[in-house]
Ligand binder design. Sequence first.
Ligand SMILES: C[S@@+](CC[C@H](N)C(=O)[O-])C[C@H]1O[C@@H](n2cnc3c(N)ncnc32)[C@H](O)[C@@H]1O
Length: 253
Amino acid sequence: MGDAARRWAELQSGRGIPPEILAAAPASPWTHNPVDFTAPETPADTPSRDAALALLGDGGTVLDVGCGGGDATFALVGPLRAATGVDQQQDMLDLFTTGAAARGIAAGTVQGKWPDVASGVDGLHDVVVSHHVLHNVVDLPPFLDALTAGAARGVVVEMLPQHPMAWLDPLWERFHDLHRPPSATDADAVAVLAELGITPEVRRFVRERRHPHDPAWVTRRLCLPDERTPEVEAAMAGVPLRDPDAVTLTWTV
Ligand SMILES: C[S@@+](CC[C@H](N)C(=O)[O-])C[C@H]1O[C@@H](n2cnc3c(N)ncnc32)[C@H](O)[C@@H]1O
């Protein structure tokens, strides 16, 4: 493992929740709610969409790794001929399937953890997209290698400059006396790609806030019971909301 991959793994591992806090949590702080990931009717105009459309040209197929509700894929309706969604959550894949049917797109799904399930994907897809998944991954090289190996034309990754939960670090300190290490960044991901011999095109942009930041949601993320929501709400007043910047990384194969 190269230095950059080791650094990424260490920073990511450092963001784990101590077992005693997790054991006392009334609900899982990890699980994503599919409702929060329903793709919009009109896709956002982003550098990630532009990059994937450029790779698709007149038409092609898409593999969406960590597809959620299909936001990345359904932004490509038009030149999109068929899509495969991969996700570790079956409820996300159900949303992906429903969204594809509503848009008249031929779609298949593979349930499981990437890259473990990469061999379950049929053949190559013209474009591989993976939006907002990298910060969930500890061992990044095999994840990225499998994205590249699945693409006939190129790969488009979208990520936040820091871990999506990094903005909650002051609240972990406040409620659990837990001091988090700094987050891995997009620059760390680019350094891991360099160790794999890949120099991606990097585009930064400001995206609309889409996901909930309400006090009840934050309370669950902090492994606290619902009755502490008012306290969390008061503490949130002193914490800046998540930075709205996002980053698109694109490479061809
Ligand atoms: C933050 S959501 C993003 C969903 C979608 N790509 C979007 O941008 O709206 C991350 C998704 O990736 C899935 N996921 C995370 N790590 C994964 C992995 N290693 N393999 C497959 N799915 C993964 C989660 O279940 C979740 O649906």
